[in-house]
Design a protein around this ligand. Structure first.
Ligand code: FMN
Length: 205
């Protein structure tokens, strides 16, 4: 089993990384492998709604969105982490995820996922909600913890002192491990049914 951890911060070893590492330690204790993907610091293009991806399954931009989509396809589960920027997830991360999910979201169905956010003070809940929207429109089971998944801090050292936030991360790691172990042993296998044809009304009757 392999869990992909996406660090949606420009800081490779910042607060978001610190929170992801707490989850990662628990997963590795449960013999679950992890893969990291960092969004980096280069400019990330937003979606231009060209819809070419709907024919090809790939985004037209030659950046790391297609690599990210392939990593999610390969992983058994996904954790997306973001710093809170103006009470939302990092815009660069959303620009990437808009293209990843628009081009490949249908391939992520039934893949367990969780979002985590890191903030100095406020806006965590809105940012958490923003990220969960990618999963809940893609039929991905959302793994929960014992609070809304956030840590507080402006530096990795401050995040490490957020005892409750770090416990939320460890609990998320344990819940993710338990779900993956259950899926592996078939205890709670998601039944496959014939899918309904997609209806899109755009609010016009
Ligand atoms: C552009 C920008 C906007 C931010 N907006 C918020 C905010 O709305 N609420 C908050 O609590 N912290 C805000 N912060 C602080 C970061 O969310 C916080 O320091 C976070 O833990 C940094 O994570 P990182 O080290 O992984 O980048 C903002 C930081 C930046 C650079």
């Amino acid at each position: 089993m392999n869990v992909l951890l996406i660090n949606g911060s420009p800081h490779p070893k910042g607060c978001t990384h610190t929170a992801l590492s707490e989850i990662e330690k628990v997963l590795q204790r449960h013999k679950i492998e992890t893969t990291r993907f960092h969004i980096g610091r280069k400019a990330i293009h937003g979606c231009i709604a060209c819809r070419k991806c709907q024919k090809t399954g790939k985004c037209v931009f030659q950046d790391n969105a297609n690599t990210c989509a392939d990593l999610i396809r390969k992983a058994d589960a996904l954790v997306v982490g973001s710093p809170v920027y103006y009470a939302s997830a990092n815009g660069a991360l959303c620009a990437l995820l808009d293209r990843v999910f628009f081009s490949a979201g249908q391939d992520f169905r039934n893949k367990p996922a969780a979002a985590i956010v890191s903030c100095r003070r406020g806006g965590a809940s809105a940012a958490f909600d923003r990220l969960n929207k990618y999963f809940t429109i893609s039929e991905m089971p959302v793994v929960s913890s014992l609070y809304w998944n956030a840590v507080h801090g402006n530096t990795p050292e401050e995040v490490a002192q957020d005892a409750e936030g770090m416990q939320v991360m460890r609990t998320l790691g344990r819940n993710m491990a338990a779900l993956l172990e259950n899926l592996k042993t078939g205890k709670s296998k998601i039944p496959s049914e014939k899918r309904e044809a997609r209806v899109m009304t755009n609010f016009i009757r």
